[in-house]
Design a binder for this molecule. Structure first.
Ligand code: GTP
Length: 237
């Protein structure tokens, strides 16, 4: 039997907030759920990591000097659990099988992260949402996504963003910004193109895990990228 495609998609917490800029917008949850459903229907195994920036960001929380960075980061990890539970509800609402696994034990709310169990869930066609970051402060959810993608043997990690890919300069500021279709890990690191933080890129590089950057709000784009090898995106490899 042909090996199934397995991917890990990282959504930012901010994306869940929609126009509100804060909290969780149900219509965004539903939209993402449908996009994930299309992947499952195409027989793709899907892991998900969601950030927590729509609720709290560790770095920002610690900027006032009252909350220490470590505590701020733990607060951020808890925010990702809230988002994971919301996403689980949205996916289950349309009939998908979902398991949330947390890097920090919160057993009343969800399973703990157990690598071998995560693999079994994926093999059974369940979406696995990896919550609470890596369980450690000073690591981003981009690093979590890369780490989990490597652990579960994903074909690549997809960073689902609000832009079409990686540009040579900020597309929101410069009209002549050009999208780069393929970028090497080294130039992503050296040229300070903030595709992901350096830790995440270095981990991907060490493990030859491609990073795909794409626009999550283009309907059908995820499916096009994963199943047909097309779509609008940039690839760091
Ligand atoms: P199989 O082993 O393939 O049957 O997978 P399963 O996930 O259905 O089995 P299990 O009996 O482990 O889990 C049943 C339900 O309980 C699932 O929704 C799990 O996510 C949930 N569950 C399992 N372990 C925990 C836990 O430690 N805490 C919480 N809150 N839920 C758990």
């Amino acid at each position: 039997m042909a090996k199934k495609k397995r991917i890990l998609v990282k959504f930012s917490g901010e994306a869940l907030a929609g126009e509100n800029g804060f909290g969780i917008e149900p219509s965004v949850l539903s939209y993402i759920a449908r996009e994930i459903e299309s992947l499952l229907k195409a027989d793709v195994e899907v892991g998900i990591v969601i950030g927590g920036g729509n609720i709290i960001r560790g770095v920002s929380a610690s900027e006032g000097g009252i909350i220490r960075r470590t505590s701020g980061d733990y607060m951020g990890m808890l925010a990702t659990v809230i988002n994971a539970v919301a996403m689980q509800e949205a996916l289950e609402h349309i009939g998908l099988d979902v398991r949330v696994q947390s890097a920090i034990e919160i057993k009343e709310i969800c399973e703990s992260y157990i690598y071998r169990r995560a693999i079994r869930h994926l093999e059974k066609g369940r979406v696995v949402i990896f919550a609470a970051g890596t369980g450690n402060p000073f690591f981003t959810t981009d690093t979590t996504a890369t780490l989990r993608a490597v652990e579960i043997g994903a074909d690549y990690v997809i960073k689902a963003t609000k832009v079409d890919g990686v540009f040579d300069k900020d597309p929101n500021k410069f009209q002549d910004a050009k999208k780069l279709d393929v970028i090497s890990y080294d130039s992503a690191l050296a040229e300070n193109i903030k595709v992901m933080d350096d830790t995440a890129i270095a981990l991907a590089k060490d493990n030859r895990l491609p990073i795909v950057v794409c626009n999550m709000f283009k309907k059908g784009n995820l499916l096009e990228i994963v199943v047909n090898g097309g779509g609008i995106c940039s690839i760091v490899k």
